[in-house]
Design a binder for this molecule. Structure first.
Ligand SMILES: NC(=O)c1ccc[n+]([C@@H]2O[C@H](COP(=O)([O-])OP(=O)(O)OC[C@H]3O[C@@H](n4cnc5c(N)ncnc54)[C@H](O)[C@@H]3O)[C@@H](O)[C@H]2O)c1
Length: 304
């Protein structure tokens, strides 16, 4: 059977990377963006990535940038949207897309945090819509969270799970459309406590990061928290939770410490200071370190 034809809406950081993954997996991919600059550079950015990763550069030829939304999606079996994180924009785009595609074309949003229900609720055929949350960079981080809404059919979920697995990704089925899905809920539960430790003078920001990287961060890629809990014993986990959980941060909103950083213009890399100070050289060095780490992990995945 022919591979599903893919249309990617948005050729930014995520969109071009998503198009690259599907093209490398042998799909014909159209890509649309409202910005000519973004669209015109999409193929060359994909080619550079493919070369850098040692992947088949010819895969870029399966990507066709198209400056007209209707023409980009009309023949698609699957449309994935990765435009700005803006609810009215996403709603408007999907309403327009629905006018061009078949009633059974699967529609997906790569939103980071907007409920899929809010994005897709106004569609005529919302049973074929879902969320597919990729992680940056899409061609190096394996996970894609596949989020169903109350309307999504099991066939649509099964299609999206298979599509991403066949493209070499690791799909995870999120059975309820909750804010933050799975990955960002876990990640930000950790970030809340990380900020709280600094706010309460227990250690500085660099120490928080070093403690994580030198301890459970070392093993977390192979030992998830629940396997870890089973390994040490659920009885021990319970005993620990009785003492630790009442002591850790459980405030429902953002930390006042974080609010103050933002109010003071301490925006992180963007302004040179956030929780820590960052020279341009330190920023470049950290970005390169992360990329090297992710590439090495991908090489290990390929070997296994
Ligand atoms: N950056 C991440 O780490 C990350 C991770 C997961 C999910 N996401 C989500 O993916 C989506 C895209 O994020 P990004 O980081 O690629 O953003 P980006 O700013 O790099 O790209 C967004 C693209 O959307 C285009 N765009 C704007 N208006 C448009 C319109 N009307 N029609 C078509 N294209 C339009 C822009 O020209 C731009 O190329 C967002 O919803 C974001 O929350 C981002």
């Amino acid at each position: 059977m022919a591979k599903p034809r893919i249309a990617v809406i948005g050729a930014g950081l995520m969109g071009h990377g998503i198009a690259q993954v599907f093209a490398l997996a042998g799909h014909d991919v159209t890509i649309y963006d409202a910005s000519e600059v973004s669209l015109d550079s999409a193929k060359s950015r994909i080619r550079v990535n493919l070369k850098d990763l040692g992947d088949d550069e010819g895969a870029a030829n399966r990507v066709t940038p198209i400056g007209d939304l209707g023409a980009a999606v009309r023949d698609a079996d699957y449309v994935v949207e990765a435009v700005l994180e803006d609810l009215p924009l996403k709603q408007k785009l999907f309403a327009e897309i629905e006018g061009y595609v078949r009633p059974d074309t699967v529609l997906a949003s790569n939103t980071s945090v907007i409920p899929i229900t809010d994005i897709m609720g106004g569609l005529k055929h919302r049973e074929r819509a879902l969320g597919t949350h990729w992680w940056n960079p899409p061609f190096l981080v394996p996970l894609v969270e596949v989020i169903e809404t109350e309307w999504t059919t099991p066939e649509t979920v099964a299609f999206a799970m298979k599509l991403h697995a066949d493209a070499g990704k690791q799909p995870a089925h999120v059975k309820k459309d909750v804010p933050g899905f799975i990955g960002n809920r876990l990640q930000h539960a950790l970030w809340r406590e990380a900020i709280s430790l600094v706010e309460n003078g227990i250690c500085d920001a660099e120490t928080v990061d070093n403690v994580i990287k030198a301890s459970f961060g070392r093993r977390i890629a192979v030992l998830g928290p629940l396997a870890n809990a089973d390994q040490v014993g659920t009885d021990l986990t319970l005993a620990i939770h009785k003492i630790v959980l009442p002591a850790i941060d459980s405030r429902p909103g953002p930390s006042p410490y974080l609010e103050k950083l933002v109010a003071d213009g301490k925006l992180g890399f963007k302004s040179g200071e956030g929780f820590r100070t960052w020279t341009p050289e330190q920023q470049t060095e950290l970005r390169a370190k992360v990329l090297k780490h992710l590439k090495k992990a991908r090489e290990e995945d390929v070997k296994q």
